[in-house]
Design a protein around this ligand. Sequence first.
Ligand code: MN
Length: 128
Amino acid sequence: MAPTVLVIEDNPANMKLSAMLLERAGYTTLRAWSAQDGLALAREHVPHLVLMDIQLPGMDGLEATRILKADPLTRDIQVVALTAFAMKGEQERIREAGCDGYIAKPIDYKRFLAEIAQWLPVGEGAEE
Ligand code: MN
């Protein structure tokens, strides 16, 4: 079964690009435009991976990650931060919040799928 990736992203262009690349590679995607909606979808579907935008209106992606990682139902979901600020201080904040990794924006569509696959168990990658 194709892994499910929940994309939490408030920027329409980034959402469109991420979801398109993932779906074209065979992943099932869920989409949320805010942290609150993302948390609800994560609890309902328990996806394999959450692609988490850090800068979101209201609750940010770091706080949403802390909540996911504090909940036994959702703490094993891999959380990959999507951030335009991949500098050292930001990387530390991302790790401290409990993210399993990060992808720097802008999305490099040639590397994106390889990056995503690193956080999925072997054998659960999407079909090429
Ligand atoms: Mn954003």
